[in-house]
Ligand binder design. Structure first.
Ligand code: MN
Length: 196
């Protein structure tokens, strides 16, 4: 069961920059909805696994990604705000920002512009890309695009047509079934061990 995080500051602590009423609604109604619906979705997924009824799986996976990513991003958002007392990046983070964006001012400019240019509903994010050992600014539409933020891939299967069409044509299920014969679990185990 996912639990709501507690706000580490009172509801009026971000005034006048972020009003108490806005934070109240955002935390108690909207964020709560994401957490509750993530839990409901996980219960339904458990039921599907137990009954073997995967009829609604596509919808459930979508909901897991939407509500779960909504919950995770709101937690980051609430936690990365605080009362208006000046703070700044640590010397290590500042050094990395300088390396990857040129300067703190240039990072702020890119982050601000990315925020303002988010199409419809979404987020702007400063992220660390472990593969590249690099900071990047990203935009995200809605919350998810079918992922959960911060998750680390352990096992992947390419479902683009180029990966199977020449051999399996429209027989996608045959390709998926065949895949299980060639999974190298040693590699998956290694990845899992590195993160757990
Ligand atoms: Mn929100």
């Amino acid at each position: 069961m996912l639990k709501m995080i507690e706000l580490p500051y009172p509801l009026n602590a971000l005034e006048p920059y972020y009003s108490m009423q806005t934070l109240d609604l955002h935390y108690h109604i909207l964020y709560k909805g994401y957490v509750d619906n993530t839990n409901k979705t996980q219960e339904k997924l458990e039921k599907a696994r137990n009954t073997g009824d995967f009829e609604n799986l596509k919808c459930l996976e979508k909901n897991l990604s939407f509500f779960g990513s909504g919950a995770i991003l709101h937690e980051l958002f609430f936690m990365n705000m605080g009362p208006a007392v000046p703070t700044e990046p640590s010397s290590q983070l500042m050094e990395q920002i300088g390396k990857d964006f040129g300067s703190f001012e240039m990072f702020k400019k890119q982050f601000s512009e990315a925020s303002k240019a988010v199409e419809a509903s979404g987020w702007a994010l400063l992220v660390w890309v472990p593969k590249w050992k690099k900071l990047e600014v990203l935009q995200c539409e809605k919350h998810q695009d079918l992922t959960l933020w911060g998750c680390i891939p352990l096992l992947v299967l390419d479902m683009w047509e180029h990966s199977y069409y020449l051999q399996y044509q429209t027989k996608r299920p045959e390709y998926v079934n065949a895949f299980w014969n060639i999974v190298n679990w040693n590699e998956v185990n290694k990845r899992y061990k590195n993160i757990s």
